[in-house]
Design a protein around this ligand. Structure first.
Ligand code: ADP
Ligand code: MG
Length: 708
């Protein structure tokens, strides 16, 4: 019997919207085109943007200049067209027993003229403005009083998103409301429950039916809150369930090599050559990784750790485990500079173990490549470090067991997948990122990856002092620089690089370079410059001069953003700091504070700052904590912008919002984990209903397709 009623529901919600009383083919067409509403179900799931109180009626004499939205009852008369500079406007008198005002339309005049009736009372609603001593209401919502009386009366009336075309075609908010009302006359009570009773009880949710009604026609604020809570929970829950199930099936499907030996290389290195004691966070992450490598499933782990938190050593130790188990490793970095830094660091660390490590980048010579290709195929090369050159098909491994990808946000998912094909079973994947992602976001976007976090910096790190200075303080800043350089420190001066105006940015950089050269002349001062227009050999040469301490000032664009490690550099000056995003500012700041000395970050900006730019700079000044910064960034930019378009599917939420509904997201994830883990075979009857919904979501690619 139950399945019979479900089938019925499905049919009613699939009904084309043109069958709804009061819609018809031409409106149906506009609704589809403008709002994506094609069926009854689409309309039911077209939730209001906000709600307004329409129980109160005003008299014209009560109106105040700057009244907000008001509702009045009166007659409309005296329609006339008034010519203005461009086009014309339509004006009408509106009269009640207390006075007169004007109604004004700048668009849609024809439809208004044709439809307005004289000598009958209307209910009008809108914002009033006060102009030349007369109150007027532009583009009022209008409805015959007699019609108004037929509708649901509630203190909270839904306001729906609209478009200009809809307004011009007479599909006002009132019309939308009436359509939804009509829908509910026909469909009320027919929303199939999407969750299991067990979850509804546990989470104290209202039913789907009640929620779907109250979201459109709440009888009170409290009821609205409950409806929103229920629908948000459901949305987040099913997204989490999808991610968790995907992760679990990946683990059963993607068999991986078993690294069950922790052998000589690892132990020897750990005991005799580790240059420092690992932090607790590093130890913990290593434990998580070792566990992954031993399960027989492919590891897919994201390692998040702020700049300087010590991810490299974790990578090195993981590669040693691979070697101990007879496998090769690849470490991939997004830039040549970074790849060669990794190479040098790793080579030096592993020198005492006699491990063969090589570097492959775009600028490797043909001869070098030949050796590398040959050694990779014979298996005598244990560790290859490089740029995306490693993704190329001609790079063939004897036995690749581990791919570590540094700075994940520079590589696409497709590139990551390329590494999978380089052995019979996919190698274990460790993705390292220094761009902390707020937990809520990571859960939504990387829910199918396992996540480790290094949330602790190595001991003895000094806080980087960050200050904000305006351009007219430049002389004082230069003096400070000179003092630091005289003390033996090195400094970075970074200029923005924004693609659209590359030419201009280049000019800024060169102007800056010239004035710095004047201010810091030879022979006392030596300056390096690195920018995107240079050949990579030249870049590398300049970079090396700075790394070796031959130059004290590094003038650069953001090419140095990622990973570069010069412990003696203790001052970071960021020019036009207002043009950088928060995460980029934080990344840049992370280039200093790597040595024993007190480090500084100076954010230079013009006087005129947008509100957002101010928030960014203030945030940088007030905290060094990358996760806090990421939270602010998420609030400023929203999840879509933060992650780029590739992830927008997961983030394209209809009613929930991962910034404001973080608590609910945790709850939803917990509930989803319980369902997924206790019940992967879909056998527990308590969750049968959830799995039914789940299957239908997979089939329809949307929770809101409403075939629930
Ligand atoms: P990131 O996470 O930014 O890649 P790195 O791995 O480059 O950080 O480490 C930053 C610096 O901290 C390096 O100089 C490294 O040698 C040092 N370091 C890493 N771990 C520790 C530790 N546990 N104790 C002391 N220094 C450490
Ligand atoms: Mg690093």
């Amino acid at each position: 019997m139950f399945s019979y009623s479900r089938k019925n529901n499905a049919i009613i919600f699939q009904t084309a919207i043109s069958y709804l009383k009061g819609v018809g083919p031409s409106r149906a067409q506009i609704l589809g085109k403008e709002l994506g509403i094609f069926t009854y179900g689409d309309l039911a799931n077209f939730f209001p943007n906000r709600y307004i109180d329409r129980t109160r009626f005003y008299k014209i004499k009560e109106l105040q200049p700057n009244s907000s939205e008001v509702q009045l009852i009166g007659m409309i008369s005296g329609l006339r067209t008034v010519k203005q500079k461009r086009g014309s406007r339509l004006v009408a008198q509106f009269t009640d027993d207390s006075g007169q005002m004007e109604l004004v339309w700048f668009r849609g005049a024809k439809w208004i003229k044709d439809s307005i009736k004289g000598n009958v009372p209307y209910v009008i609603f809108g914002k009033v403005t006060h102009f030349n001593g007369v109150f007027n209401m532009p583009h009022p919502e209008m409805e015959l009083l007699s019609e108004y009386k037929k509708g649901f009366k509630t203190a909270m009336q839904p306001v729906y998103r609209s478009t200009e075309l809809l307004t011009n075609k007479g599909v006002s908010n009132r019309v939308m409301q009436k359509m939804v009302q009509q829908l509910y006359f026909e469909a009320k009570g027919k929303f199939g429950e999407t969750l299991s009773q067990k979850i509804i009880d546990q989470q104290q949710l209202i039913s789907k039916n009640e929620a779907m009604f109250s979201i459109h026609f709440p009888q009170s604020q409290e009821q609205l809150t409950k409806a929103r809570y229920r629908l948000k929970f459901e949305e987040l829950f099913f997204i989490q369930l999808q991610l968790i199930v995907k992760n679990l099936t990946n683990k059963t499907k993607n068999k991986g090599y078993v690294f069950d030996r922790v052998g000589d290389h690892f132990h020897t290195f750990y005991k005799n050559h580790l240059p420092f004691e690992l932090t607790n966070a590093q130890k913990m992450v290593l434990k998580e990784i070792r566990k992954d490598l031993n399960t027989g499933a492919q590891m897919n782990r994201l390692l998040q750790g702020d700049v300087g938190s010590g991810k490299t050593i974790v990578a090195v130790l993981t590669m040693l485990i691979a070697i101990d188990n007879g496998f090769q490793s690849a470490l991939i970095a997004p830039t040549e500079i970074l790849a060669s830094q990794h190479f040098k660091a790793v080579e030096e660390l592993l020198l005492p173990l006699g491990i063969n490590v090589r570097l492959l980048t775009g600028s490797s010579t043909a001869a070098q490549r030949r050796v590398i290709h040959q050694e990779l195929e014979s298996g005598s090369l244990h560790i290859i470090i490089g740029t995306h050159a490693l993704f190329e098909d001609k790079v063939i491994f004897k036995n690749l067991g581990l791919a570590i990808i540094d700075e994940q946000h520079r590589f696409g998912v497709a590139q990551r997948a390329k590494m999978w094909m380089k052995n019979d079973l996919p190698p274990h994947i460790l993705v390292m990122t220094a761009t902390p992602i707020p937990r809520t976001l990571a859960m939504s976007v990387y829910g199918d990856l396992d996540i480790s976090v290094i949330d602790e910096l190595p001991p003895g790190r000094k806080m980087i002092k960050t200050i904000h200075r305006f351009d007219n303080n430049r002389l004082a800043v230069f003096k400070f620089l000179r003092d630091e350089i005289v003390k033996g420190r090195q400094v970075y001066i970074v200029y923005p690089l924004i693609q659209e105006s590359e030419q201009l940015d280049y000019k800024d950089l060169m102007d800056g370079y010239e004035s710095i050269s004047r201010e810091f002349p030879l022979p006392d001062f030596r300056i390096s410059i690195v920018h995107g227009k240079m050949k990579s050999a030249d870049k590398e040469y300049e970079m090396q001069r700075f790394v070796k301490g031959e130059t004290q000032i590094m003038v650069a664009t953001t090419v140095i953003e990622v990973g570069v490690n010069v412990p003696n550099a203790s001052v970071m000056i960021i020019e036009s700091a207002e043009r950088f995003g928060l995460s980029q500012l934080h990344q840049l700041r992370g280039r200093v504070g790597r040595g024993a000395d007190q480090s500084y970050c100076i954010l230079m900006s013009g006087q005129k700052l947008s509100k957002e730019a101010k928030t960014r700079l203030q945030t940088m000044v007030s905290t060094n904590d990358g996760f806090k910064i990421a939270e602010v960034d998420l609030k400023l930019r929203g999840p879509g912008d933060l992650m780029g378009t590739q992830q927008s599917g997961v983030l394209n939420l209809k009613i929930a919002d991962i910034v404001h509904d973080a608590d609910l997201l945790y709850k939803a994830r917990k509930a989803a984990r319980e369902v997924a883990y206790s019940n992967l075979g879909h056998t527990d009857p308590a969750y049968a209903h959830v799995w039914q919904t789940f299957e239908s979501i997979l089939k329809n690619k949307s929770l809101w397709a409403n075939i629930s």
